[in-house]
Design a protein. Sequence first.
Length: 426
Amino acid sequence: MSEIIKKTEYCLNCKLKPCSESGCPLNNDIPAFIEAVKNKDIVKAYKIVSRTSVLPGICGRICPHKKQCEGSCVRGIKGEPVNIGEIESYVFDKAIEQEIKLQDIMMSDNKGKINNKRKVAVIGGGPAGLTSAAFLAANGIEVTIYEKYSYLGGLLVHGIPEFRLPREKIKQTIEQILSLGIKVKYNVEFANKEQLEELKQNFDAIFLSFGANNSCKLGIKGEELQGVFGGNELLEYQTTKNIFPNCNGKVVSIIGGGNVAIDCARTIIRKGAKKVQVIYRRAKEQMPAEEKEVQDAIDEGVEFLFQNNILEIKGNDSVEKLELIKTELKEKPGESRLVPVNIEGSNYEIDTDYLVTALGSCPDNFIKDLGIELNKWGNIKVDEKYQTSDNKIFSGGDLAGVKGTVAWAAKSGREAAKSIIEKLQK
């Protein structure tokens, strides 16, 4: 306790709260819960956090804090920022230790419950779905989550390795959320319009949050060769289908610069790969992955080829080589960051046994047949209230093209829940 108290005392308790207002996607009242921890009032701290988030044990551990809350901390201007993530994790861990129930916290703090019983279906039990379900249930709505696997958590389980997010913390988080009285139907895969129409007949509103976990294609020659894997699928199916290739003694290359690329690299090096190299077309400081995760990967032996682009995957039946080209970063009108441009004549080849692509994710093809309007990227189109073109259906998380972090997904779930509640109260 004394060590964490010292860390809370470092917080200036700023009146303008840039860590909360501009840094935290969920707008958690960070100075307030830190002040409660400093006063050793865990119930109050947990209550403050739970007004805006039901995932403190998750976000406190895996959020890109340096790019979000800690990156906006006033203390960080001239020195080190407050260790917000660690303090948030501490609040959750102590709440579990002291058997403080989320049900008691959220129900006692909620004065706007719907009087008449309404029913909402949540399709997908990832961060967005869990958060939406929690805030709906806390407002007296009967919620049923439909989940295609035998467990809840979505990418928290099959997208983030356990060395980064302990499964026990996911389990504890889900148990707290389900204590709000949420029903779950496991092993139900949502895949067609008929299912959607049936749900519309039985529920007052529907929240679609089953993710978009198909890896985007490179669109280059050789992508059809054996030994080319999508990063999202590798992480997901090592949990459910065990399709991870035998990496022992192999050279593995990964294309991308986000957290999926880094998680794949760190997972693969643990599986005995001789060499793991991450290829990224921009510079290190431009990587969207969390700085700490990148450094951890380097410390574990992962190599990085910055300012390199891939042109072709070469081999007979399976991957043997990659043709790369060096890039330079240039300013371009209308672009907020430097753009990588291939340097003519700088082509070269490297040997590799496998290639993992981690360049973003796309939804399943069946969403085109749901009768719901999509945006230009193929995600479900939503308005500022997360409502789709069907006024009974809402959507959030990766499926709706929300920014790709757990906190942003959770925010979409929370805000969609507010919109659903508002609609059902009319």
